[in-house]
Design a protein around this ligand. Structure first.
Ligand SMILES: [Zn+2]
Length: 506
């Protein structure tokens, strides 16, 4: 049902098989209104959206038996895969809906939804713990009723994970749905988190859900801002829906890769989609309201699609970490979220990160010391056993691996009995013998003055390496960073400044 082809961090390029065709993931899932949709769903298909989501509750209210007879694909005019939400959003907005979970489940089965969602009771955001727990309980009971009602079907039933910022409830909810046999999960209602730009809480919520259900495909509700797409994908979300393309268009907001801008503020159209290629900014602005709304919505869809595709290409290139960090620069709240990757809570990002990458990885800022490849390398070094009594540390040059450099050969000649190692602020200590192991020889590091206080993993690598191997004599050809680290680690070492002829002087 779900096949994974490539991974990087917790992101995966996969294939989701539905009764109405396969969907390549990660995928943006446009919201289609079952009654007043202005952009034809078949047009969405032509743009490359193979999966759309529509509301089964509104469909039931508006069409009833006619929908049962015609099926949801005919009702909305779409021959690809259709996901149906069952009114959870209405519950969130208006408190309750006038339908029982079992009836809703039967209806979604009758209209042949490919990926139906049971009637849930979203916790939203900011609900007191006890109440959130009660809502989670109600949702789980509804989900149980749903599976009993529909029996075995070809559809992929989604388990709606609730709990929001109460992370233990998120984990409990995800595990319970997994046990019930749901094949796909959806993370409930981060709409308020998104609107408040609470990306850090959103990221933690996703991390906790993924901890409970690492393998199954995950849908994220309401993620329709181009900024959040790479983050959500990197954290392991496979599909995400939103009506943002239309809601923004109604509000004359034009999306771009890093956010949105009011149409009135645009002097130029920084995009080459079919819409932007046929108007100037002022022409687009002077269209009548209905026409303008459709054109801006089409452009917005293009931006969302382009963002998903750019993220997918980053996965293929093994550069998803770089891409997410680059996007994080677009908003401080997003930066706040990616800084959390330093925490153990996000250790699961390592699981999908390949052990070897064709392309060199890039190191820029302190956060990059926490990328999975660097963590993995430091762990390898922490298990490295040297039989030597003395240690010589030498700064890393541009040439990799270290043992192939002239500097290494000269030191080896002069100190045949010493353990020789180089060092890198992001990778820590690099023993010459394993200086060709990825990514010690497959990285490009931005040269900069760095404060060792920002690199706790480096000091840990240095102290660990010395302690594990019990070196009695340490000599460090030290750059200012290494000098700081030696002081910080309170190591007894002979320290030499680096210069062109330093080896001759030693
Ligand atoms: Zn455009």
């Amino acid at each position: 049902m779900f096949e994974v082809r490539y991974t990087d961090l917790a992101a995966r390029i996969g294939r989701l098989e539905t009764p109405h065709g396969a969907v390549e993931t990660p995928a943006f899932v446009p919201v289609v209104h079952p009654v007043k949709q202005t952009i034809a769903p078949q047009f969405l298909k032509k743009m490359g959206f193979d999966l759309v989501i529509t509301n089964a509750y509104i469909t039931l209210k508006q069409y009833g038996d006619e929908a049962r007879k015609r099926g949801i694909h005919d009702i909305i005019g779409f021959d690809g895969a259709v996901m149906t939400d069952s009114g959870g959003y209405q519950v969130l907005e208006y408190g309750s809906v006038e339908v029982e979970p079992a009836d809703m489940a039967q209806f979604e089965k009758d209209i042949k939804s490919d990926i139906p969602i049971p009637l849930d009771k979203p916790t939203g955001y900011g609900l007191p713990y006890e109440l959130a727990k009660e809502y989670v309980g109600t949702t789980l009971a509804n989900c149980d009723t749903t599976l009993r009602t529909v029996g075995k079907t070809d559809a992929i039933w989604i388990g709606p994970v609730q709990g929001a910022e109460h992370f233990d409830l998120v984990e409990h909810s995800a595990r319970a749905l997994d046990d019930m046999g749901f094949q796909m999960m959806a993370l409930g209602s981060p709409v308020e988190l998104m609107e408040a730009y609470e990306f850090a809480t959103l990221a933690r919520m996703i991390a906790h859900a993924k901890k409970a259900i690492p393998a199954k495909p995950v849908h994220l509700f309401g993620a329709g801002h181009p900024l959040t797409i790479p983050l959500a994908i990197a954290l392991g979300c496979d599909t995400f829906d939103s009506a943002s393309y239309m809601l923004y268009a109604k509000d004359d907001r034009y999306m771009h890769a890093n956010g949105t801008v009011r149409l009135g503020e645009l002097a130029y159209l920084p995009c080459q989609c079919a819409v932007c290629a046929s108007y100037t900014a002022s022409e687009l602005r002077s269209l009548d309201r209905d026409r303008r709304m459709v054109e801006v919505a089409r452009h917005n869809l293009h931006v969302l699609k382009a963002e998903v595709d750019a993220t997918k290409q980053a996965i293929m290139d093994g550069r998803l970490w770089e891409y997410v960090m680059q996007k994080a620069r677009a908003h401080p709240k997003l930066m706040e979220a990616v800084q959390l990757f330093a925490n153990d809570e996000f250790g699961y990002l390592a699981e999908g990160t390949p052990a070897f990458k064709e392309k060199a990885i890039f190191f820029f800022d302190a956060i990059d010391q926490h990328r999975p490849e660097a963590r993995r390398y430091r762990k390898l070094v922490s298990e490295f056993a040297s039989r030597k009594k003395s240690l010589v540390l030498f700064p890393e040059g541009e040439v990799h691996p270290f043992y192939s450099t002239r500097g290494f050969r000269e030191i080896a000649k002069k100190f045949p009995d010493a353990q020789i190692a180089t060092y890198n602020p992001f990778l820590g200590i690099i023993p010459a013998e394993i200086s060709d192991v990825f990514p010690a020889s497959h990285n490009v590091t931005a040269r900069a003055e760095r404060d060792v206080a920002d690199y706790p993993t480096f000091v840990e690598s240095l102290t660990g390496f010395v302690a594990n191997n019990g070196f009695s004599d340490i000599m460090a050809v030290a750059d200012p960073f290494m000098k700081q680290a030696i002081a910080e680690a309170k190591l007894k070492a002979r320290v030499e400044d680096y210069s062109d002829h330093v080896i001759e002087r030693l």
